[in-house]
Design a protein around this ligand. Sequence first.
Ligand SMILES: C[S@@+](CC[C@H](N)C(=O)[O-])C[C@H]1O[C@@H](n2cnc3c(N)ncnc32)[C@H](O)[C@@H]1O
Length: 213
Amino acid sequence: MSDPAIVKHSVELSENNLPVAESCLRNQQAIYEVLSQELADDAVVLELGSGTGQHAAFMTPRLPRLRWQPSELAENIPAINAWREHIGRENFLPPLILDIAQDLWPVKQVDAVFSANLVHFVGWDKVRAMMAGIGRVLKPAGRAIFYGPYNYHGEFTSEGNRQLDEWLKSRDPSSGIKDFEQIQMTARKEKLRLLKDIAMPANNRILILQKYV
Ligand SMILES: C[S@@+](CC[C@H](N)C(=O)[O-])C[C@H]1O[C@@H](n2cnc3c(N)ncnc32)[C@H](O)[C@@H]1O
């Protein structure tokens, strides 16, 4: 696969049969550096759209007091379980089946919510449902942290992001890179306000939102 946008989202099997998304290998250290600063060391973190489970696998040994709760659509749960078994850490909690569009999420209150490369992968209807779900499960002053590419004032921030958007829309026309300004407006309706917008490698960002107290 030579198209960089597709490579960004491809998953291969490793030598020991674990699913590996190349994008995770590239972004996990940079994401760890932010999370280790922004989360209380004993936080309970709900991850949405965990994909292969590599972020849980990378973070849980490095943030040993954190409790990381992965979640995904049912079909991706086996991949996360494979990583969980491989890592063998108690703070890597068993993955939950969670569709962000569901009205009821199978979690109690959490200190933080994290997702990587989920917002652009789905349509606005799901992003709105996700914000509403986060509004329900996040404790007051809790943080929602979104890693991925965003547009500013309707403009792509790189040619790679424009290509990624084209590829996303070719598989699901409702998906695509979202506007930073619209994300903030949607979040505000759920009592989440922007705390930080952090530049990350390869024209990605980390948006940190905080629930009103
Ligand atoms: C681009 S992948 C990112 C996966 C992972 N977070 C990562 O960084 O590698 C987007 C993920 O969102 C998940 N997803 C799509 N729709 C979803 C939904 N409605 N609820 C929860 N997860 C969803 C997909 O199954 C997929 O694993």
